[in-house]
Design a binder for this molecule. Structure first.
Ligand SMILES: [Zn+2]
Length: 477
């Protein structure tokens, strides 16, 4: 009988090369990085968990509700989202029992074979809750009960898990309209965990959002600036950036449909802004407005030191029926083809050679790694290449990323790993997968005599820890 049968997929050698000599090198490299602290400079966990430190309610709300990777796979197989606890916007009934939701996932767990989602969840079940039994219809209730027992205990409170996970810094993401009350509470608390915010201005820079004009008015209320003029609007953004930085933010993040940037003159900006406010901007004017804002944000970053991240190329809420029935962010996001060489040029023409700026660019279009992004990051001092993101935060995605970028951009124009997750318990698993794949990649190069092993150790530590610390300016304040 296979020793794996009936148990989860967590071999100590998972993701390492099968060839024995290379595997030995990978094991040695991994032993140098496995216990390094986690730096999580970009993600979407809820600061309230750590500010309030209340017990997580139940297995479904902890492990299923924040994980849109789960929803999309179940939806793709015709399983109604109501059955896993997603609330329809029209008030129609939906499943709210954690046990019933958990059973639906267990019943369909085989769908996740071969996906990183399976590896992350099995890692969390094993490492956090001590569960080695494979999830399935017959084990569902036992596993649910075991998680419930754990969640009632003090060592499973949010802050205790943060410490157990050896997280050194965890960044959340908030809108400029957020009061940052939870971050304020964290600052005032005696707890030593470092949870910082990130300035994510999409809600106040995207004229295609229905609430754009209202949001810009609210920005005025929050800052005391007159946001009816272009210059007042920019000043208000600067004020909010400074407020975020005062509560620990070291970065901004921009989730745009494309990587387009513009560098228009002042009167063009003013005219575009007035059109955007009145709701009259055409789609191409809206694109120009967002792109101009990226250039403005780069200028502000040079002043206030915030690191800038661009996450372009997701067609969010692609499925109109899911959007109408359940609202935004329910796993219906699809990558689009994304162009960078022309798109980023206006911004790079102004700031590309300015080493005071750190602009970290991500992609959902893998074809751009070797053709566009690695050559650009391998030239411009301001530009760094973000890690394999979202659909490519996976063993194959991370391997592809290294294979397609390293020879042109090197390792040192990259910035370590981002987990970019709402699913708190998946954080250690995601960092572990990245560390394993990077060690496997480096082991292969050591075996090919392209790197000495002592250099590979140094690089492995850089990729797991030091690069993120430097790029995101996470030295202890
Ligand atoms: Zn993100």
């Amino acid at each position: 009988m296979n020793s794996m049968q009936g148990t989860s997929s967590l071999s100590d050698d998972r993701l390492f090369p099968p060839e024995p000599a290379t595997r030995e090198i990978a094991r040695r490299l991994y032993s140098e990085v496995r216990s390094l602290p986690i730096l999580s400079p970009h993600g979407h966990t809820d600061a309230a968990w750590f500010a309030r430190n209340e017990p997580f309610a139940d297995p479904a709300s902890l492990l299923i509700a924040p994980d849109h990777y789960l929803f999309r796979m179940l939806h793709s197989q015709g399983i109604p989202l109501e059955s896993v606890g997603i609330r329809p916007v029209d008030g129609a009934p939906f499943e709210s029992s954690s046990r019933a939701i958990w059973r639906v996932l267990a019943q369909h767990w085989h769908l996740f074979r071969g996906t990183p989602t399976r590896m992350w969840l099995e890692h969390a079940l094993a490492e956090v809750f001590g569960i080695r039994e494979r999830l399935g219809p017959t084990s569902a209730d036992r596993i649910h009960d075991q998680i419930c027992d754990c969640l009632a205990r003090p060592e499973f409170l949010p802050r205790a898990l943060f410490e157990k996970f050896n997280i050194e810094v965890l960044a959340t993401t908030e809108s400029p309209l957020d009061s940052l009350a939870h971050h304020l509470a964290l600052r005032k608390s005696t707890w030593r965990g470092r949870v910082i915010t990130t300035f994510r201005p999409d809600a106040v820079v995207d004229p295609e959002r229905e609430d754009f004009a209202t949001n810009v008015t609210n920005l005025a209320t929050l800052t005391g600036e007159d946001t009816r003029s272009w210059s007042g609007y920019l000043r208000a953004l600067q004020v909010r950036r400074r407020y975020f930085a005062s509560l620990g933010a070291t970065a901004t993040d921009h989730g745009h449909p494309s990587a387009a940037t513009f560098d228009l003159n002042r009167s063009e900006c003013e005219a575009l802004f007035q059109k955007a406010l009145s709701g009259d901007a055409s789609p191409s004017e809206a694109e120009q407005f967002r792109g101009q804002l990226l250039t403005e944000m780069a200028a502000m970053s040079i002043e206030d030191g915030l690191v800038m991240q661009i996450h372009p190329g997701a067609w969010r809420n692609h499925d109109p029926r899911v959007l109408a029935r359940f609202g935004r962010d329910k796993g219906a996001d699809i990558p689009t083809r994304t162009e960078y060489v022309h798109a980023l040029k206006p911004l790079l023409d102004r700031f590309g050679d300015d080493a005071r700026l750190t602009l970290i660019v991500f992609t959902l279009d893998e074809s751009t790694y070797s053709r566009e992004l690695a050559p650009m990051a391998g030239h411009y001092p301001a530009l760094k290449l973000g890690p394999a993101w979202w659909f490519f935060d996976s063993p194959e995605g991370i391997r592809n990323y290294r294979e397609r970028t390293t020879e042109t951009a090197g390792f040192y124009n990259t910035v370590g790993f981002n987990d970019d997750t709402r699913a708190f318990l998946s954080i250690p698993a995601r960092h572990d997968v990245a560390r394993r794949i990077d060690c496997a990649f480096l082991a292969q190069w050591v075996a090919e005599h392209r790197l000495a092993e002592d250099e590979a150790v140094d690089i492995a530590i850089d990729l797991s820890y030091r690069l993120a610390k430097r790029a995101y300016k996470l030295e202890t304040p």
